[in-house]
Write a protein that binds this ligand. Structure first.
Ligand SMILES: Cc1cc2nc3c(=O)[nH]c(=O)nc-3n(C[C@H](O)[C@H](O)[C@H](O)COP(=O)(O)OP(=O)(O)OC[C@H]3O[C@@H](n4cnc5c(N)ncnc54)[C@H](O)[C@@H]3O)c2cc1C
Length: 481
């Protein structure tokens, strides 16, 4: 039996229960506007299924009614991928949001095989804690971990501060369970490290941003949990020096380097303005600072000794201005508080035209210099804010207007796109990418078309159409149809 658009909410209610189909504006509010409050749209309903079978039935009903489906995790994405923008159908009806938060169980943990299986709506921090309780570690970590979900992380191939040591989400995922756009369930939830039986389909859904299906469960690999950690706050005169320090540290400490995060002075000032209790650990006037973390699974490893030795060597080479080693757990937490406070502080500090580029690590200093010059030559009232996952070559290069200057900018969307495009061009010129870890979403659809080769775009469109010939999944995102 076919379902019409008019009957859809009632039909969905029969599957998931009336209380799990939201249609009233106050109930819809948290689902229709993105985390920064920049994008918002309309939906026909928000549905909260509790199981893969319910979700499959929901997708089938939407397909029958010809209504588009927008998967939503923690809604912390920064490119409008989970927000109902660019999503209206030609006939004026809006999509159904499938929100994953009720599918949040950890199904299984195997501390011998180092694997964990969780439902897609499991919050990242819950998954990390479950691994920790078994003496294991899940390698992906970042500021939104208290709200984002593992299904959203898979669908954006999330990165964060642990990529240097553990890799991004793609490198953690062993298997997936997915509901396809026609409602069928693909059970690819294998926990194997080796599986060369044909095309490895999971990789299409990782970073697929909900355009090929809805991830309902994820099998990930775990790592031994570090027993000791050491942190230092380095201050530096230049990005070149930060790169030279990283290269030397890699020779001394190898894979004990767990994080190497660069921040510039403007970024640190924004954090201090927003969190007045924050004291910078060293040399507050330095142009650049790096948060360095070392970790080891051997409980008796003398990481503080290693850190002192390494910093001594960097100092002798004239690479450091100053450095402070965290002397307690509280100080370690205080160092990380500065790093993790960035997104919140930047939201309040002005109108940041954020970018998320990556270049080869050796080209980072050249990129930052070229992009700063290109942007400031055309828009001199901008200030350049920088935070980089430096070991991955990933820079959040953020040209920022004060709110007052921004309010006087005519045609704001055109200016925002032009500034971002100028930054992207500098990254691409050095063999880099305009999207390192946040994805394409709604905001960067035109940039994908502009900056990727026609053949690459054609292959992406063919994949999308092969999975979703009716164009029902997450319309208006990632690649135009
Ligand atoms: C403070 C802050 C810090 C951040 N730091 C980082 C960082 O360091 N590194 C980083 O990579 N990102 C970072 N992000 C961005 C964001 O948290 C990540 O992109 C995260 O992976 C999104 O997960 P989510 O559950 O919120 O997904 P959502 O925002 O809900 O969705 C993101 C995309 O995935 C799709 N999707 C969601 N769930 C599913 C599913 N189950 N099946 C299919 N598609 C789905 C959506 O349709 C959308 O296209 C940060 C965000 C904030 C707010």
């Amino acid at each position: 039996m076919n379902t019409s658009i008019v009957d859809l909410p009632a039909a969905l209610a029969k599957v998931v229960g009336a209380e799990h189909v939201l249609t009233e504006p106050p109930d819809l509010a948290p689902f229709v506007e993105d985390w920064r409050g920049r994008y918002r749209g309309e939906v026909c309903a928000v549905v909260l299924p509790a199981s893969t079978e319910e979700l499959s039935a929901v997708v089938r009903l939407c397909a029958q009614a010809g209504v588009k489906v927008l998967p939503q995790g923690g809604h912390t994405g920064l490119v409008g991928g989970a927000t109902p923008v660019g999503a209206r159908r030609d006939d004026g009806s809006a999509p159904v949001i499938v929100a994953m938060r009720r599918m949040n169980r950890i199904r299984e943990i195997d501390p011998v095989g180092n694997t964990l299986v969780a439902e897609a709506g499991c919050v990242l921090e819950t998954l990390q804690q479950a691994a920790a309780e078994q003496g294991r570690l899940y390698g992906v970590t970042f500021g939104a971990q208290g709200s984002c979900q593992i299904g959203g992380n898979v669908s954006t191939n999330a990165g964060g501060t642990g990529v240097l040591k553990y890799g991004n989400t793609r490198e953690q995922v062993l298997g997936l369970e997915v509901v396809l756009p026609d409602g069928r369930i693909w059970n690819g939830l294998r926990t194997l490290r080796k599986d060369n039986a044909g095309y490895n389909l999971k990789h299409l859904f990782i970073g697929g941003e909900g355009t090929l299906g809805i991830v309902t469960a994820v099998a990930v690999r775990l790592h031994p949990r570090p027993a000791v950690l050491a942190n230092a706050w380095l201050t530096l005169d230049s990005v070149e020096n930060a790169l030279a320090c990283l290269a030397h540290l890699q020779s001394i400490a190898g894979d004990r380097i767990a994080a190497y995060e660069l921040l510039n002075r403007a970024q640190l000032r924004a954090v201090q303005d927003h969190f007045p209790d924050v004291r910078l650990p060293a040399d507050p006037d330095a142009p650049y600072a790096v948060l360095l973390e070392l970790s080891d699974t051997y409980a008796r490893a003398d990481l503080n000794g290693l850190m002192e030795d390494a910093l001594g060597q960097l100092s002798e080479r004239g690479l450091l201005r100053d450095a402070a080693i965290a002397a307690s757990e509280a100080q370690r937490a205080a160092f990380w508080h500065i790093r993790h406070g960035i997104s919140e502080a930047n939201r309040k500090a002005g109108m940041g035209l954020s970018t998320d580029v990556a270049v080869p690590v050796k080209s980072l200093a050249v990129f930052i210099e070229n992009a700063s010059r290109a942007v400031l030559a055309r828009w001199p009232q901008l200030e350049i804010v920088l935070v980089a996952h430096m070991g991955d070559g990933n820079v959040h290069f953020i040209p920022r207007y004060s709110f007052e200057a921004w309010s006087q900018v005519e045609d704001q969307p055109v200016v925002a796109d032009a500034v971002r495009a100028a930054v992207h061009d500098e990254a691409v010129a050095l063999g880099g990418t305009f999207s390192a870890e946040h994805g394409v979403g709604y905001v960067l659809v035109d940039e994908l078309s502009r900056l990727r080769a026609p053949l690459e775009l054609e292959m992406m469109r063919r994949v999308r159409v092969a999975f979703d010939p009716e164009g029902l999944m997450n319309p208006g995102k990632l690649i135009d149809g």
